[in-house]
Each structure stands twice: as structure tokens, then as C-alpha cells.
Write a protein that binds this ligand. Structure first.
Ligand code: ACO
Length: 157
């Protein structure tokens, strides 16, 4: 469904509200892993006409680094660049909190996501070897290969 990005409204989810797991699980198949980082993060939901269509999770790390731990767009709304708007929004939040670097991680097998983040100016900063083997109960396969390593990417902001 085609939308006008100007109509997207972003709100922070309070800890007392239900977490948008239907969206979060699109980016991360493990609820246990999600639960772990939600404890240390802020969750933002993007809505259009009261319908939640996207999510991002932002966590403050050390030394002026913020990480986008999870970002997802509802399938009906993918493919129209909404993710770029959400990443720019996350960068604005981090910058207002004096961050100098934004970071994101994705699997070695997530080829589209790796392309997307590099197109947006992120550069590979670290490879967490066997992250998905060590932290996920079920093996993950995509693009005909197993998700094994977490590729971390950073962008100065
Ligand atoms: N090769 C090259 N470029 C690609 C590819 C690819 N395979 N896939 C996407 N891109 C580029 C697009 O070309 C586009 O760039 P452009 O504007 O220069 O044309 C850009 O990425 C944005 O692509 P969209 O498809 O419009 O992005 P969308 O708004 O649909 O969001 C997202 C992308 C978040 C990956 C969405 O598809 C989604 O929610 N997927 C499921 C969940 C997920 O994988 N989340 C990320 C996991 S990593 C993490 O959460 C930290």
C-alpha cells in the first residue's frame, strides 16, 4: 500500500504499554533475544492513520554510540523507502542526545539489509563471529545460506 511519508507519525512506546512484537519479530526471530535488548532500549513505532507500520529500537551504548537494535516495516508497506525515514529519525534522536556514532548490526546472510545500510552511509566496523549460532536456538537460513556472523556497521552522525 503506497503511503506519503509526510503522514507518518512516530511515537515512543512506554515501558507500561504492550511491546509491538508483531513488528519486532520481523527483524529478529527470537523473542528471548528481543526481550533482552528491550530492557536497555527505547522503542519507537511509526504509524499511518493510527495503523502501526514500522518499529525501531534504539539503545545507548558507551562513548557516544547509539545502536539501532531492531528495525522493521510491516510487509504491506515495504519497498517504498520508509526504512530510510525511520533511520534518519533515529539518527536525529541520537544526535539530540549527543551521540557521535550510530551503529546497526545484521546477519552475514541479510544481503538486502547489508546493501541498504551501506547505501545509507554505514560502514562495516566489526564482525561478531558465530553470533547467530551462539545466541539463537534455531538455525536461520536466508538467501540460500546460514546466518552465522553478525556484521556490525557504523556511521558518524
Ligand atoms: N540490494 C540492494 N539494495 C537493496 C536491497 C538489495 N537486496 N534491498 C533493499 N535495498 C535498498 C533499496 O534499493 C532501497 O534503496 P534506494 O532507496 O536507493 O532504492 C533501500 O534499500 C530501501 O529499501 P526498501 O525496500 O524501501 O526498505 P523498506 O522500507 O521496505 O525497509 C527493511 C527495509 C527494514 C529491511 C524491511 O524490508 C523489513 O522490515 N524487513 C524485515 C525485517 C528486517 O529484515 N529488518 C532489518 C533486520 S536488521 C536489524 O533489525 C538491526
Amino acid at each position: 500500500m503506497k503511503i506519503d511519508i509526510l503522514n507518518i507519525k512516530i511515537r515512543q512506546i512506554r515501558a507500561s504499554e504492550p511491546m509491538p512484537f508483531a513488528l519486532l519479530i520481523l527483524a529478529d526471530p527470537s523473542k528471548a533475544v528481543i526481550d533482552k535488548y528491550l530492557k536497555l532500549s527505547k522503542v519507537y513505532v511509526a504509524a499511518i492513520n493510527e495503523l502501526d507500520i514500522g518499529v525501531f529500537v534504539l539503545q545507548k551504548l558507551e562513548k557516544g554510540i547509539f545502536e539501532i537494535k531492531n528495525i522493521a516495516i510491516s510487509p504491506d508497506f515495504q519497498g517504498q523507502g520508509i526504512v530510510t525515514f525511520l533511520i534518519e529519525y533515529a539518527i536525529r534522536i541520537a544526535r539530540n542526545l549527543k551521540a557521535k556514532t550510530i551503529q546497526i548490526g545484521t546477519a552475514n546472510s541479510s544481503l538486502g539489509q547489508l546493501a541498504l545500510y551501506q547505501k545509507l552511509g554505514f560502514e562495516i566496523s566489526e564482525i561478531k563471529k558465530d553470533f547467530f549460532i551462539d545466541n539463537y536456538k534455531e538455525a536461520i537460513f536466508e538467501n540460500g545460506m546460514q546466518a552465522k556472523d553478525m556484521i556490525m556497521l557504523q556511521k558518524p552522525i
